[in-house]
Design a protein around this ligand. Structure first.
Ligand code: GEK
Length: 254
């Protein structure tokens, strides 16, 4: 027996991502609104290969790099997965996590998630464009699949702001969907990612419509472009610590 539990906004009551399951007359640009909030954990887990590993390792890195009396930032925090990973692994005393997102719907739900969590490290949630946030006294800064949603021309200033606000020895964790200069390799990675999504239950229609919605909204760059930009703003040491197909995470140390 099967039943349809679709809500009128296209989400499923059990949090299953069905946002792009029905044919949409016109696919508009992707937005982090309430309908996305409702399905976000399911959506990101089924769409980003390695997401759970990256979140867990952000905790690992925070344990290693968070220093006493400093700030740890989660920029583009969504529902706070990276914030919670850090919160439960930070050993240094008197740290504060500052989690930022410019989606009101995300921040509201994130507050509920944080309130229900028993971690002891204080968390300050800020609803703001991350470009308006002053970074100061930072030992850890996380940009977990966020920079990709900001226009490439603005990315250098964002990284420069993060660099100036990091304490010496502090770390930036930058996770992104990436593209490859070699076209056959790029096409192979895209195909393998689509196979990953198919295996996670997304139909060809869902994959195609989501891809259209993300066009010009999520703008991937090559790993070389990311490395060069990090070097240009001053990071002494930068490299990839995780990659699965066209999804990668870098660490950059000040
Ligand atoms: C996670 N880090 O689960 N300022 C602030 N927030 C922004 C901006 C901006 N300019 N642009 C986009 N966002 C999370 C996942 S999701 C990635 C990050 C994804 C926010 C946006 O509202 C959304 O919540 C988040 O960045 C991107 O580890 O959905 O693929």
């Amino acid at each position: 027996m099967s039943f349809d539990n679709s809500a009128s906004d296209g989400t499923h009551k059990n949090g299953e991502d069905k946002l792009f399951a029905s044919p949409l007359g016109e696919v508009t640009g992707f937005r982090f609104d309430q309908s996305v909030v409702e399905v976000f954990p399911d959506m990101i887990k089924r769409s980003v290969p390695g997401y759970a590993t990256i979140i867990s390792m952000i905790g690992n890195l925070a344990e290693r790099y968070a220093s006493s009396n400093s700030h740890c930032y989660d920029l583009g925090c969504s529902l706070g997965a990276a914030t919670l990973a850090m919160r439960h692994r930070i050993l240094a005393s008197d740290c504060e996590i500052i989690a930022v997102d410019n989606s009101e719907a995300m921040i509201q739900r994130c507050q509920t998630v944080i309130d229900a969590d028993s971690g002891e490290v204080p968390v300050q949630l800020v609803c703001s464009d991350l470009q308006q946030v002053a970074i100061s006294n930072a030992s850890v800064v996380v940009l977990n699949f966020t920079l990709q949603f900001i226009h490439p021309e603005q990315r250098q200033d964002i990284l420069a702001n993060i660099y100036q606000g990091l304490n010496p020895g502090g770390v930036l964790i930058l996770s992104e969907k990436v593209t490859f200069g070699d076209q056959p390799h790029d096409e192979l990675m895209i195909e393998l990612h689509h196979n990953f999504k198919s295996a996670n239950g997304y139909s060809d229609l869902e994959i195609a419509q989501k891809r259209s919605a993300l066009e010009n909204v999520l703008i991937p760059e090559t790993l070389d472009t990311h490395r060069q930009r990090l070097k240009d703003v001053g990071f002494a040491s930068t490299d990839v610590w995780f990659q699965c197909f066209n999804f990668a995470s870098l660490i950059a140390i000040k």
